[in-house]
Design a protein around this ligand. Structure first.
Ligand code: BG6
Length: 451
């Protein structure tokens, strides 16, 4: 069996906060409300609460949070660097020294605690000023700012960070463009804008990989998608065909990352929709060392009108064989096995699961949180992942989502909790921000020890 690191994940934008010491991001402009990821918010509304600005105060508490990680026995932490902490508007030519010193300390403390950092260079918190000025990822000048960020951190953390992920969930560029920084609302052709943005991100990804290979060849660098296999709801060939196409829409992203060229599916789409994409871009040949994916659930689809599951970003029919979370995400441990085998059979390169977990309304009672549903979810998924490893899937790491409760990306709620450590804050940011270990914290510690 190959060696897989077992750990947990966070993302800077969802846990750090510390708005006074950094720039303002797209995430900071999104209030706590449903549908926030589908809109642009040009002006703050004084009546609303903006959760990522202070998030869960990781910026103020990181030393003790890392001590908790050490106590939990996690072997790796997948997190990100906040772009706006290093380049407050995204347009500075040099990084902010205080921001860099903060991450120096975070990384050094993780290493001292024998926790391998796995760093995502950009995770949903693009500088707002950059977005306003350049329109978004569809603009190559915008992407150059990202490349500056990527080069800066790869060079600065050389020898200390051994795993880099260029982008979080790249296929979400097609599904959640505005919150990722794609200016579809100001473009004349939305489809062109989305695929152009994705193409520019592929180039930025390739430049980061090229640079990493030159500067720190001992590091591994990859990128991430969100892969939720889509099942046909029935064996009606029309359902099967629909599911195949929906899966391809997402897998075309990893195809480019791994193969270094667009697959036939994409070429046909560009032709059919008359999209102008430079598919012969030679930089795409800089391919990933590994592929990371999040896995929360599977989805189902049908050509017939069926009851739709709520909550899943990819949407889809309710699968009658599966239970759902309180937010309507379908729970499917076997699906993680299908996810890993699909990807490994297709690419035969090492994989990482960088997010997997359940959002639930935990209750704090006398300093304790009993979360058997989280233990069950994680346990069932981890067991399936272990089966995959035994069956030959090469997995570098598994990082459950999430170490701390964090601000939910889609809703901005705190009550949608994923952590194995509870953070005492409510949906309006009220509370002590004190940390409490959940039952799942103790369970995960034992699970890691026993592997
Ligand atoms: C992933 C994102 O899509 O899903 C995370 O990378 C996010 O940032 C996670 O938090 C869970 O989604 P949500 O909306 O429940 O927080």
């Amino acid at each position: 069996m190959n060696k897989c690191l077992w750990g947990a994940a966070l993302s800077a934008g969802q846990c750090e906060g510390g708005i006074a010491s950094r720039g303002y991001s797209i995430a900071d402009s999104q209030p706590m409300e449903k549908g926030r990821v589908f809109k642009r918010y040009p002006e703050p509304d004084p009546e609303k609460y903006y959760p990522t600005q202070n998030a869960v105060y990781f910026y103020e508490n990181y030393q003790s949070d890392i001590e908790l990680m050490e106590e939990a026995g996690i072997e790796c932490l997948r997190t990100s660097f906040a772009w706006c902490r290093l380049y407050p508007t995204g347009m500075e030519l040099e990084p902010d020294a205080t921001g860099l010193a903060f991450y120096d300390d975070v990384i050094d403390r993780l290493l001292a605690a024998k926790i391998e950092p796995i760093i995502t260079i950009s995770h949903l918190e693009v500088p707002y000023a950059l977005f306003e000025k350049y329109g978004g990822w569809e603009n190559p000048e915008f992407c150059e700012s990202y490349v500056r960020l990527a080069k800066c951190v790869i060079e600065h953390f050389k020898g200390r960070v051994h795993y880099w992920i260029t982008f979080n969930e790249m296929n979400m560029t097609l599904h959640l463009p505005l919150c990722i920084g794609v200016g579809i609302d100001r473009s004349e052709n939305e489809l062109q804008c989305k695929y152009q943005a994705l193409h520019q991100m592929f180039i930025a990804n390739a430049k980061a990989i090229q640079y990493c290979k030159q500067v720190d060849p001992s590091a591994s660098i990859g990128a991430m998608i969100a892969y939720s296999p889509i099942y046909p709801l029935t064996c009606n060939p029309l359902d099967v065909e629909k599911a195949r196409k929906l899966n391809l829409e997402n897998l075309m992203v990893s195809d480019v990352l791994v193969d270094g060229c667009y697959p036939p599916y994409a070429l046909e789409l560009f032709k059919r929709e008359n999209l102008q994409i430079d598919v012969d871009e030679p930089l795409l040949k800089n391919t990933v060392d590994f592929l990371a994916t999040s896995y929360y659930s599977t989805n189902a689809t049908s050509v017939d009108n069926t009851t739709q599951s709520s909550g899943n970003l990819f949407g889809g029919a309710v699968n009658p064989y599966l239970k759902q979370t309180e937010w309507g995400w379908q729970i499917d441990p076997l699906g993680v096995k299908i996810c890993l085998h699909d990807l490994y059979d297709r690419y035969r390169i090492p994989l990482l699961i960088t997010e997997n977990g359940i959002g639930a309304k935990d209750v704090l009672e006398d300093g304790e949180i009993h979360d058997p549903y989280r233990i069950e979810y994680l346990n069932d998924h981890i067991d399936k992942i272990k089966e995959c490893i035994e069956e030959g899937v090469e997995l570098y790491a598994y990082t459950m989502w999430s170490f701390l409760d964090q601000v939910s990306a889609s809703s901005g709620q705190m009550s949608k909790r994923y952590g194995i450590v509870y953070v005492d804050l409510d949906d309006n940011g009220k509370g002590s921000a004190q940390r409490f270990k959940k039952d799942s914290f103790y369970w995960y510690k034992e699970k890691i020890k026993a592997r």
